[in-house]
Design a protein around this ligand. Sequence first.
Ligand code: ZN
Length: 354
Amino acid sequence: MARRELKGKVQTVLGLIAPEELGITLPHEHLICDATTWFYEPEEASERRLVRHPVSLEILWWLRYHPFQNWDDLQILDEKVIIDEVLIYKALGGKSIVELTVRGLYPDPPAVARISRITGVNIIMGTAYYVEQSYPATKVDMDAKSEEEIAEEFITDIIEGFGHTGIRAGIIGEIGCSWPLADNEKKVLRAGAHAQKATGAAINVHPGQNEMAAMECIKVLDKAGADLSRVIVSHIDRAVREPKNRLELAKTGCTLEYDLFGREGYYPTRFRVLDIPNDAQRINELKELADNGFQNQLLISQDNYTKSSLCRYGGWGYGHILRDVVPVMKIKGLSQELIDAMLIENPKRLLTFV
Ligand SMILES: [Zn+2]
């Protein structure tokens, strides 16, 4: 396929569509995903009992405060379960989902295409490398790979498709970044910028665990020539906690994504001690950014990648924003125009190839 065919279109796992077909879109989710790269063992003997326990209602109380310590919880692999979960979102009016399971999280394009066919929900898939600690899962020697080679991989995924599947990527990301930012991660960011120039795709970045991590990623991308108006910074609700830092970030032209809706009050202290906002506080922050003129640079999602985040296992599922959050936004006085910007217009603009 030639690049000019992409221009003005959105590329789903089932092919090109017109941007108007996207409708309500979740810009950062995981459908079929193995995030065991995050797994670590608890030290207390009594808790070690829970490490290999299958996810169930009996241990949900424990899982909620131990998000990276149960092996089973970090895997969402059952297509049938995911199809049911996606249908809950569809029944609420959801039309499209961006699946950002990338190298390091065991991406499965054929499974994602099957989920899209069965549910009728548009799915856009990302191409990237996740954080450095997940590189072993890719079986790739990243030290040996050049920036150009990585860029070429991303371009191939967009133009030709993943491997021999013929299923093509529609966005670059989420590009995994740690703190401090690793040299290989910088290389992947620069490769992302090159692939953006070659294809016209948007870029999504996962910043590391530091207040300044997001800005550092933006600086690397900017220096490599990325179009910052087509760069999305994920996880603002844990990554950038000072209002002034969010405004600085927004002024670069990038899009700020609040994608942890449904996760409340706690983040593992081994990463960083910080106050995770609850949904009401997320809504307040979004309103503040919109009031400052950044309405067109905001996205919202749930970043579901664990079993316990799915309805089947006692979580909120993919329908949380539409079912539970949007009504609160309305009560809190957010305009329909702002809600539509976050759920429809901004995803549409960013996912359309330029
Ligand atoms: Zn993610």
